[in-house]
Design a protein around this ligand. Sequence first.
Ligand code: GLA
Length: 409
Amino acid sequence: MTSPTWLEHWSDDDGAARVRALFAEAFGSDGVPDGVWSAPGRVNLIGEHTDYNAGLALPVALPHRTYVALRSRDDDVVRLTSAQAPGRTWETDLADVAPGGTQGWGAYVAGVAWALRQAGHEVSGFDAVVDSCVPFGAGLSSSAALECAVAVALDAVHGLGLAADDAGRAALVTACVRAENEIAGAPTGGMDQAASLRCSVGHALLLDCRPGLSALESAGRVPFDLAAVGLTLLVVDTRAEHALVDGQYAERRASCERAAEILGLPSLRDIDPDRLDDALTALGDGPEADVLRRRVRHVVTEIARTEQFAATVRAGRVADVGDLMDASHASLRDDYEVSARELDLVVDSARAAGALGARMTGGGFGGSAIALVRDADVDGVVEAVQAAFDAASLTAPGFLLAPPSAPAH
Ligand code: GLA
């Protein structure tokens, strides 16, 4: 059997040293940044494809982070280098950043400066370098980690003071989501940026995406100390390609909006779960209605599962959430149709080897799955997943551990 690959995270000191060295290399002998900032990737415990339906999600921040060394400039020029694209500089003028007009990975960075300016903040150009141990394209929010690290960096160098409290962080989330939706062109829902900026160590974030809520109302903290009860959250990066800019994610989102419109509701959150059958009937007949029925059933039942998951954890019964994870996966696979062969394989093999529950996490179509595992069973579950991938001749997966970690700082 191939030995399992563990995707380790860096210490903050290591991450900072890497970007400081890269900054000096990229920007010459005066290569000293104003500072170093970082932000985590995330895994979502449950509540998938609910954020853009004004629903609930329950992410935790990963210990894997993206590091940014940044120096403010007097003009509007942005110059970027990444350890992932060495030797190449991405450059723009902030005056040229506009929806539809900015290409490449720098859109996620310059987009944040654009969005902060749109919100009335005075933000100038900057030189910055980036390095990251958040796996890319793995459904673990590497793009949100990049945006959020840049957001706290710009907040600090311009003295905006937003990162100082949760309400300010919610405003930074809005800027990062605008960057991703309007400048990078990915129509995502905001859970990832909220997780990266608003999670806390030892807790999951119960995110309520109904519009108009105060910062306090939109974010509950759910203690999630698995170590204390002998459990581990195992993350498996399937290495199956995953992209949110492609049409599938946008298509799911559009279906939900269409269903809400047919039902005459502001969002699918407004469907009473006890009257789900009535709503499903009201979607009408024919093949299009059948598809919408499945999408709606996923969203409404997933919001209910998320509520139940959070309540079960708050009641001190975290070992009992396995069935909710399994049901979430089945719903994403069969009703929402966003799973993939590799994700199903992780889920099935992890469960067969004793995981209490398992599910895909994030947008789907590839990316990562999570499994809740008793500490004593972790090695067996890892071996079983690895063996299943070997037997299917698939690219070896990557394994990560996910203790709930710190937000952007
Ligand atoms: C991606 C998006 C999020 C969310 C999830 C699915 O991660 O960025 O906004 O919609 O998919 O839950």
